[in-house]
Design a protein around this ligand. Sequence first.
Ligand code: BGC
Length: 441
Amino acid sequence: MQQLANEVRKLRSKFILSEAEMIDTAKKFQRAMQAGREGKGSSLKMLPAFLAKPTGNEKGVYLAVDLGGTNVRVMIIELKGKGNYKILDRHAFPLKNSQKSYDFTSETSSAAALFGYIAERIKSMVAPNSFYPLGFTFSFPSRQTAVNQAVLIKWTKEIKTPGVEGEDVSKILAGALDDKNLHQVVPRAIINDTVGTLLTASYRDPCTDIGSICGTGHNSCYVEPQALTSGEVINMESGNFNELPFTSYDTRLDKQSDIPGEQCLEKMVSGKYIGELTRIILQDFIKQNLILNNNQSDIFFSPYMIKAEDISLFLADESSELTGIFQWLQNVCGASGALLEERITLRTIASIVVTRSAQLVAASYFGVLQHIDPRLERKHSIAIDGSLYEFTPGYAAKLEVTLKNLLKEKSALVTLKLTKDGSGIGAAVAAALGDKGQLND
Ligand code: BGC
């Protein structure tokens, strides 16, 4: 057991960042923002959203479609002005369903099948004789030339549908709506989910100038204060940031992923990958006979078998005997009789991975804050949406404490806010802004 304790200690020192390392990462992040803005080589794409923040007085009924992972969400939202809104109807539709044997996210699907399905789902929710301006949240790196045009640069989050990369996604959606005779649905704006989150929060709170997703994927956007494009929202695609303290485990995860060398920050922090990182570490510990000797369960030996939900289960288990983890090992992995030390190790590894995630995200926020307000003189709200932030036990608190420690005596100026459904509601706000023709050419 002494050797196990030593290995856990080594793992912790490889993963957990010191304050100096976080500040260094924040500086690199800030430099990468500047380089990206100037069109110099940078892992941050710094994509203009062709939108500025709302006034809070936008009004009307809008259709919001949110495509960001393995579900498409459709909402009908009434913006009431003065920062108020009401969700009139909402449904989430899975893009893959093993029982009904379809998967619109796989390489065997197509753009026509995926967008045809989305149009069909929209049809199931709209009235034939009403008019619906549409805001479309498309949560993948896309280059925009106007508020209602966006060309997908590359799929992320292991989505593989052919025929979409390099295409204008708003055109594909408009074509699919046409095919279904949905002429009452008129696309007005296409946005990233981080932008949606920022718009939703700033509809109510004008101090909001950073929007972020900590969910299956990770990314942030901000409001650019500098001269020429003052007030414009920039989608940084910060999940692609790559000047980071990688461990050998990160390298292993990256190599086996769909897009090696890309989305490096996302692969170290987001919900799609924290389970996988934990699995890779556990596999290593099992192979070294440190824990769960000779356990050959598929869970530890096949990619992506440990999910963010499992990580939440480990971290939520606060019982003295870690009975939740005991049952998980027994029922899911067939590992009966795991020792308490082994269960503690499982929980500790998950906690190390999650803590580093919060540290790296905090460092990136610190970098953005220094870009937009170098002397930290104003109030800032950071709007955050996503399952990792909302549901992982302790994650939101860790992120906040870490950022506040970096901000030191300025910490009271910065507020972090869960912005539930931000990516969807923001699509309605964007459609309202698009209606007004804001920054759209
Ligand atoms: C995508 C971003 C998105 C983020 C959160 C990343 O994989 O590249 O565009 O904002 O996931 O959904």
